[in-house]
Design a protein around this ligand. Structure first.
Ligand SMILES: Cc1cc2nc3c(=O)[nH]c(=O)nc-3n(C[C@H](O)[C@H](O)[C@H](O)COP(=O)(O)OP(=O)(O)OC[C@H]3O[C@@H](n4cnc5c(N)ncnc54)[C@H](O)[C@@H]3O)c2cc1C
Length: 574
């Protein structure tokens, strides 16, 4: 059995974080194909990551396979909020509000570096769909259902107080506002942190390993059962078979396409809807807190400050193409600009302000007669007659509870011997995330202050300690040490980035340059101007030197970065 129970009270140490690199990957694939696993999870988004952690922490042998990079699907393309889901209250989904409200608190206490409490302001206008009395009642109910702690409960504000707090709202029919608290995260990093924690419990997690089909055979549940998978290793171009006690399909928008490989789908199925976000400079939309406002068509949209940027989203439109990299169209961008300009007329945002965009696919369950925004975000489990367990729908916020529900179905399906060596009890509520997890939120601030003291503020990039601690947790120490080891105390932006790349190659399973720019650092979304042609070149050179000249077509990889910047409308220096 792996490590157990689990909220460490030890001090943060200088310990080298565990390797999560090419050698790890080769060994993981070799071990899984030679020995098999108890639970094989397909899909390296937050759902699959959560299941891998839950299963591994119950003492099971676990494998996780992802066809692209970890979190490259919807789990890096969300609104990046850990939230109780106020809008579910509008849909009457009381149970869901209660559950995600509780989960929100658990995710915060288990990963305080990645989950930051932030006030949200709901502006109320005479011409809007939200009315002050009903909003006050709804927020009051939300506080109770989600068991919100006293200091974070809602406050209703006058129009004057709203314009004091949020001077960029300049609408003349402002009635007031509702203020409450939700949590902002980095979805891709949260997913990676869960995967790394699952690995610490012995799970084997491999990216660029796509499942191509299933193995069938007889087991204690009957004949013709799914007993494993065939995968294609996209890096070493080889096919590998892995035997498994139970196979779980956690492929988000791809759930049905993977399910189809095992059974004919009848009954409930997924519908895909696309959600887009645009990113503009903070200076052009200087919101002081998260704003959640209704737009002319009656939908709700967020404006969220992050570093030097503000992002606005999301759209919700039916999307009938299942693609790996959905993109924003001109129409999506115009919709969001119009929505923002209706609330912030003085900003006068135009397409020229858009620094970058992203788009993600939601996989809600189809319900006849309902539009995209009305479909429930509730998760749903399917078990096929040949034993494939699939989980669809859900939220980033509720990942842990979803995983528990999946494992409650998986456990009785495992052989008696396997059941004996593991636990029927879910323990993830008490597992703090990361290789050197924080025991308390205050430790995050302590580490930021400690690293900040060592940064030469005349040369070093401003705000770096906070950025790294929020990104890497306590592993920020080793990134920092790497930067100092190579470049001394007065390392600059390039040296810092090189240290991040080395960390990513050794401890974060980066294989392709896009993994680094998009999901490990988030720079494509929040600092595209820093992805200069020169940096694109040297990142590829460092990766080639570290991973081997023959591993990938590095010129093609370089071009992929340029193509990605273009398809995300990213404004970069030429
Ligand atoms: C626009 C938008 C905004 C959202 N905002 C929020 C929010 O603010 N807060 C919140 O709580 N939730 C939010 N959500 C919901 C949340 O993002 C999703 O519920 C969650 O990310 C889904 O995770 P997943 O792991 O199920 O799917 P994914 O992240 O898509 O992961 C599935 C993975 O399976 C992989 N895969 C597919 N086929 C195979 C195969 N054959 N072999 C191996 N791997 C395979 C894919 O590559 C993919 O990485 C939002 C969703 C969208 C679209």
């Amino acid at each position: 059995m792996g490590l157990r129970y689990i909220r460490p009270m030890r001090r943060l140490t200088d310990k080298e974080p565990p390797r999560f690199d090419m050698l790890y990957r080769t060994n993981a694939l070799r071990k899984m194909s030679a020995e098999g696993v108890d639970v094989l999870v397909i899909g390296g988004g937050i759902t699959g990551a959560g299941i891998a952690l839950d299963a591994a922490s119950r003492g099971l042998k676990v494998g996780l396979l992802e066809k692209n990079d970890f979190a490259s699907g919807t789990s890096s393309r969300s609104t990046k909020l850990i939230h109780g889901g106020l809008r579910y209250l509008k849909n009457g989904e009381i149970g869901l509000v209660r559950e995600v409200g509780k989960e929100r608190q658990i995710v915060f206490s288990n990963a305080p570096h990645l989950v930051k409490p932030m006030p949200i302001l709901l502006p109320l206008r005479a011409s809007g769909s939200l009315k002050p009395f009903m909003t006050s009642v709804a927020l009051w109910m939300y506080d109770r259902l989600a068991n919100v702690q006293k200091s974070e409960r809602r406050r209703m504000l006058s129009a004057h107080a709203v314009s004091q707090q949020e001077p960029c709202i300049k609408v003349d029919d402002l009635l007031g506002g509702g203020l409450y608290v939700e949590y902002r995260t980095d979805d891709a990093r949260l997913t990676l942190e869960i995967i790394k924690t699952a690995n610490a419990f012995g799970a084997h997690s491999v990216n660029y390993a796509g499942v191509k089909g299933f193995l069938y055979g007889a087991n204690h549940l009957g004949d013709n059962q799914v007993t494993g998978v065939r995968l294609f290793d996209h890096i070493h171009q080889q096919e590998i078979a892995i035997q498994a006690g139970v196979v779980v399909n956690a492929c988000g928008p791809w759930v049905d396409s993977v399910r189809k490989g095992a059974e004919a789908i009848t009954g409930k199925k997924l519908v895909l809807t696309k959600g887009v976000h645009i990113v503009v400079p903070q200076s052009r939309l200087p919101v002081q807190q998260i704003l959640y406002f209704d737009v002319p068509d009656g939908r709700m949209v967020f404006a969220i400050p992050r570093g030097t940027m503000t992002y606005v989203g999301t759209t919700d439109t039916v999307h009938d193409q299942l693609v790996d990299d959905p993109v924003a169209t001109q129409e999506d961008i115009d919709y969001l600009l119009k929505a923002a300009n209706a609330m912030f007329p003085d900003a006068g945002l135009s397409a020229a302000d858009v620094q970058t965009t992203w788009a993600g696919l939601r996989p809600p369950i189809f319900e006849p007669g309902k539009g995209p925004s009305e479909l429930s975000r509730r998760d749903e489990l399917f078990v096929s007659s040949n034993g494939l367990v699939s989980i669809a729908g859900g939220k980033l916020t509720g990942y842990r509870k979803m995983a528990e529900r999946v494992m409650d179905v998986v456990m009785p399906r495992l052989s008696k011997d396997t059941q004996k060596k593991s636990s029927f009890q879910c323990v993830t509520e008490n597992i703090a995330l990361g290789s050197q997890p924080f025991a308390r939120a205050s430790q995050v601030e302590q580490l930021i202050a400690e690293l900040d003291e060592h940064i030469d503020h005349d040369h070093g990039p401003v705000g770096l300690a906070e950025e790294w601690v929020r990104r890497y947790g306590a592993e920020a120490r080793s990134v920092f040490q790497e930067a100092r080891k190579q470049y001394g105390d007065s390392f600059d932006g390039d040296a810092g980035l090189r240290a991040e790349l080395r960390h990513a190659l050794s401890h974060e399973m980066v294989i392709r340059p896009t993994d680094f720019w998009v999901r490990r650092t988030g720079m494509l979304y929040f600092n595209p101007g820093a992805i200069t042609p020169d940096r694109i070149d040297w990142v590829v050179e460092e990766m080639k030197a570290s991973l081997g000249e023959g591993l990938l077509d590095w010129e093609k990889e370089k071009q992929e970065v340029h193509d990605l910047l273009e398809s995300h409308w990213a404004k970069t220096p030429s």
